[in-house]
Design a binder for this molecule. Structure first.
Ligand code: HEM
Length: 139
């Protein structure tokens, strides 16, 4: 039951965070091409204001629920070393935790990232992480 709850929290938080990145990259960025600079800045500031209430918290939930899912799923390391599943899970957890840390530092501590300045790379990374989350079960 606890696992189910953690997994649902994980999926819904991913939905919120991923949805934010999709909206930003696929919809808002396009508005830039049609709106005036001033109008676009206004729209962006509204988007920022309303998303900052929810998105960083969702990102924290993604990481916390992810750590629990990781703990349950990782399993024993056999004498032959890490399985393919374990390697991909470590990669997924590392990339996702990096995204999480970056987001938390940026929003709560105002520390701007050295790399990954735009939302484009997190967006690509989230797609990659979601693919990893499925492929890891089949390798
Ligand atoms: C941006 C961050 C993240 C994204 C987009 C993401 C995405 C996903 C998705 C889409 C699933 C598949 C759920 C399903 O098939 O039902 C999943 C499962 C999983 N995630 Fe994440 N995740 C993120 C962060 C993390 C972190 C930080 C960890 C570990 C520290 C983690 C560990 C896991 C594990 C172990 C599963 C397998 C759970 C299962 O299928 O029962 N995730 N993740």
């Amino acid at each position: 039951m606890l696992y189910l709850i953690a997994k649902l929290i994980h999926i819904f938080s991913v939905l919120i965070y991923g949805g934010f990145l999709f909206t930003d990259n696929l919809i808002l960025m396009r508005m830039q091409k049609t709106l005036s600079t001033q109008k676009y800045a206004e729209v962006r500031s509204y988007f920022k204001e309303f998303t900052k209430v929810l998105v960083p918290k969702a990102l924290i939930l993604v990481v916390l629920s992810g750590i629990y899912l990781f703990y349950v799923n990782f399993g024993e390391i056999s004498a032959d070393g890490l399985s393919n599943f374990q390697v991909l899970l470590i990669l997924k957890a590392f990339l996702a935790s990096w995204l999480g840390l970056r987001g938390v530092l940026q929003v709560f501590f105002n520390i701007q990232p050295l790399i990954f300045k735009s939302h484009k790379l997190p967006f690509i990374l989230v797609i990659f992480i979601v693919i990893l989350s499925q492929v890891m079960w089949h390798v």
